[in-house]
Each structure stands twice: as C-alpha cells, then as structure tokens.
Ligand binder design. Sequence first.
Ligand code: 6GU
Length: 263
Amino acid sequence: MRIDVVSIFPEYLAPLELSLIGKARQDGLLDLAVHDLRGFTSDRHRTVDDTPYGGGAGMVMKAEPWALALESIAGEGTAAKPVLIVPSPAGERFTQAIAHQLAEEEQLVFACGRYEGIDERVIDWAREHFRVRPMSLGDYVLNGGEVAVLAMVEAVGRLLPGVVGNPESLVEESHSDGLLEYPVYTKPSEWRGREVPPVLLSGNHGKIAQWRRHEQFRRTADRRPDLLSDFDASNLPRADREVFAELGYDVVDGRLMRREGGT
Ligand code: 6GU
C-alpha cells in the first residue's frame, strides 16, 4: 500500500517510523511519504492560512497550496482515484469496518488540516481526483489532523498482509465481531491476593471459549451498550441468551432489547 500524508508539521508524523508501522515500511509492505504543505507555497512567508470570510475566530487554510500538494500526489500515484481522507471532527466516524475497507485500497492520501479547517472549495475540487472521505475519530476536538492520522494509519496498517506477525491476533480483538474483547491474564496465577479466573486454568477449551464470549457480552453491556443494538442475536445458544437475560436484555426478532425497568 502507498500512503501520502500532507501536513504543515511533518515532524508530527515521526512516530510512523517506529514499531509495527516502521517495520512494515522497512519490509516494503507500506510505502509512506510525508509532505510539507509549505513546500507548495510560493510567497516569502510560505503562507498557508488566512482570515475566514464572514468573520469569526481563527484562521482558515488557503486553497491553492492544498490543490498543488494534492495534484502532485495524484499525478505521482498509480491508483485511478485514490481515497483522500480529510481528518476532521466534522467527519464520518472512523471505525474498524472502515479500517478494513481502507486496507484494501492501493493508495491512501491524508490531508491534515489545522486551525479552523481547510477552505471548503478544496474538498469539493478534490473529488475530481480522489474519492474524498472526511473522517472523525470521535466526538472531541483535536488541534489538527496529525494525531488522528497516526491513529488511522496504525489501524489500517496493522491489517495489511504481513504487518502483524500472527494474523490470529487480529481475530479475537475488540470490534472484530462487534463486541469488546474479553479480559486477559498472565502469570502468576495469584497476584497480590487476586486470582486468575479458575476456568482459564481448567484446560477445558470449550468452557474457556464460552467464558470469554460471555465476558465480552458483560463488558460490552457495561461499557458500550450502544454496540449491542447492532448485535446479531438470532440463533444464540441458550447459555448466551441466559447471560443477556441476566444483563437485562431479551432477544426479540433476532435483536437484543433492553428489558423495561431492567437492572
Ligand atoms: Cl480526525 N481531526 C480533528 N482535528 N479533531 C478530531 C478528529 C479529527 N477526530 C476527533 N476529533
């Protein structure tokens, strides 16, 4: 996969040289380039921002440096219409499902805005060269897209073939099946008076798998009940339905329904 990142703070992306993603780049699995937006200015001050039309606080990123940067990237690449991801708190929510979609792409381009954002005409114009996707990590505000790009590149990069050594690691993790992951433990079996759940020491792999799945249900109901409305509860084994019943959920038409006045 080819990834291009445009930013006025290229140094912010330095962590992409480390760990799994850094290794993937060294191994030739990921070809990643970071471009300085100021390299596409032509005035003495290398200006990338200006005051907003209509007034108001803050500055807006000027259109022309962005167009020059994105044109040079679109011209270099081999993908017909690469995906252009524009990190923004006003974007579509980035999810594991989207990470999987993006991992299938030949080329991704990330446009890191700062200040109050990029002149909206760039987003519109860019649709001629890119499949544009404004993306948000969640409902909070960062100062710019760089930290969000670190997160998205890591989420996508680890799904590329060969990046994670043992692909089994990708199967049983949070969000891979619409549930949060189960809790994990390692030696010693007793630590500061706390025991590892005995089932994990039982050697009974069927029992362990069921316990883990039920812990996923409990955790998800406790921390992220919103995820349960999309959970496919048709054909759930009786033991699973019993756990959900304890948690205050009934199965109605293959969906989990919070019981009225449930605990
Ligand atoms: Cl992707 N960008 C910015 N600037 N803020 C955010 C975000 C992205 N996601 C959540 N907050």
